[in-house]
Design a protein around this ligand. Structure first.
Ligand code: GLY
Length: 359
C-alpha cells in the first residue's frame, strides 16, 4: 500500500495509492462522526455508488449532488450544498467526503473549509487529474468570472484515498487530461517520471495497471513533498503551476467550456516550454523533447478563434500575478524549473503564437 505523507505546521495526513482501496473506506473515517456528506456528481455516482454505499453501510450519511463542470464551480453552488447540509441537521461533528474529479474535490473541500467555520473533509478523487494533483495539498475553492479559483482557502483533508481502479470508467479524454498533469510533475521535478511517460506512452494510454500505479505514485510523492515544503505557495509550491499561467488564461478566454483543465495546462506547458527556450533558459533539444512528449498524449480541442494577444491580456487577472508581475514557471532541464517574472511581453506573445500555430 504505497502511502505518502503531507506534513504542515498544523496537520499531517496520508495520500494512499492502492487498487481496490475504496471498499476499505470505513477504516479511514474518524471516530464519533455525527453525519457524513458525500459530495459528488451524478455521473460518478452512477458508476461507483455501490462502493460507497457498501463501505458506509450502517452509518448516517447523505449524498449531495454537484452539477459538475468548471462553469458550475461557483460560490452559489457551495451555498446550495451548505443549505442542504443544514436541512439534514449537519453539525461540527459532520464530515464531508469529496468523491469525484478535481472540480468536485475543490468544491467539497471549500464547502468543508467554510461550513460552520470548518469541518473535516476526506478526499476520494475519481479522475487521474484529481488523484495526482487537485485532491492532494488542501487547495480548495471556486471560480469568479474574472478567473479560476479566485475564492478559496487552504483546507487540508484527513486523508486522500486514491484507487486507480476507478479510472477504468473514466472517459478517455478525461484520462488524457490527467496525463498532462502527470507530465507536468515529471518536467518540474522528476526525470525518471518524465522518461516513463516519454518511453511508455502506449502502455500508459492503455491503462497498463503497473505503469498506471507507478506514474500515480511518483506524481503523488512529488505533490506531497512539495506541499510539505511549502503549504501556502509562498515559494516552492509555485513550481506546480508550470503550464498554468497561460493555461488559466486559455480557460478564462473560453469561459471554462471548451477545454478540460488538464488540456489547458497542456497548451500552457507547450507555450511555457517555448518561452523557456526563447528566454535562454532551455536548450532547443530539451524544448523539443518536452514538446514531443506532450504531443504523444494526443490532441486538445481546437484553438480556432483564440488569439495570443487576448491570452496575454488575461494574464494580469490570474491570482499568481504578484504586484502586477506575471510569473512563469520555466523548465531549465527536464526535472528542473525556474520561477521568473518580468519576461519581455513580446517573447510571451511569440511563444504563445508559436504554441497556437503548433496545434
Ligand atoms: N495544483 C497546484 C497546487 O496544488 O499547488
Amino acid at each position: 500500500m504505497p502511502s505518502y505523507t503531507v506534513r504542515t505546521a498544523t496537520t499531517q495526513y496520508d495520500a494512499i495509492v492502492e487498487r481496490n482501496l475504496l471498499p476499505r473506506l470505513a477504516q479511514f473515517l474518524p471516530p464519533r462522526l455525527s453525519q457524513i456528506f458525500v459530495v459528488t456528481t451524478r455521473d460518478v455516482w452512477t458508476y461507483h455508488h455501490a462502493l460507497i454505499e457498501t463501505a458506509l453501510a450502517g452509518r448516517p450519511w447523505h449524498v449531495l449532488f454537484f452539477p459538475g463542470g468548471e462553469d458550475k464551480k461557483r460560490l452559489s453552488e457551495v451555498e446550495a450544498l451548505a443549505e442542504q447540509m443544514m436541512a439534514h441537521g449537519a453539525d461540527r461533528a459532520s464530515l464531508v467526503i469529496g468523491f469525484g474529479g478535481g472540480i468536485v474535490t475543490d468544491v467539497a473541500g471549500f464547502l468543508a473549509a467554510i461550513f460552520l467555520r470548518g469541518i473535516p473533509v476526506l478526499q476520494i478523487p475519481t479522475t487521474l487529474l484529481g488523484q495526482v494533483d487537485a485532491a492532494v495539498g488542501g487547495k480548495t475553492g471556486v471560480n469568479l468570472l474574472a478567473g479560476k479559483n479566485l475564492i478559496g482557502s487552504f483546507h487540508q483533508p484527513l486523508a486522500v484515498l486514491i484507487d486507480p481502479e476507478v479510472l477504468r470508467t473514466l472517459p478517455e479524454r478525461e484520462y488524457r487530461a490527467g496525463l498532462y498533469e502527470v507530465l507536468k510533475c515529471g518536467v518540474i521535478r522528476s526525470q525518471p517520471l518524465f522518461d516513463e511517460m516519454a518511453f511508455h506512452a502506449a502502455e500508459i494510454l492503455a491503462l497498463h495497471p503497473t505503469r498506471l500505479e507507478s506514474i500515480i505514485c511518483e506524481s503523488v510523492r512529488i505533490k506531497c513533498e512539495v506541499v510539505t515544503a511549502d503549504e501556502k505557495e509562498g515559494d516552492l509550491r509555485r513550481i506546480l503551476n508550470f503550464g498554468h499561467t497561460i493555461g488559466h488564461a486559455l480557460e478564462a478566454e473560453t469561459r471554462y467550456t471548451r477545454f478540460l483543465h488538464g488540456e489547458a495546462v497542456a497548451f500552457g506547458m507547450n507555450a511555457a516550454t517555448r518561452l523557456a527556450h526563447l528566454t535562454g533558459h532551455l536548450p532547443l533539444a530539451g524544448c523539443n523533447t518536452i514538446l514531443n512528449c506532450i504531443e504523444q498524449f494526443g490532441a486538445i480541442p481546437s484553438l480556432d478563434g483564440i488569439s495570443a494577444e487576448n491570452l496575454l491580456a488575461r494574464l494580469g487577472s490570474d491570482k499568481k500575478t504578484l504586484h502586477g508581475k506575471v510569473h512563469f514557471v520555466l523548465p531549465t532541464h527536464i526535472g528542473q524549473v525556474k520561477i521568473t517574472s518580468g519576461v519581455d511581453p513580446e517573447l510571451i506573445l511569440q511563444a504563445t503564437r508559436d504554441a497556437l500555430a503548433s496545434q
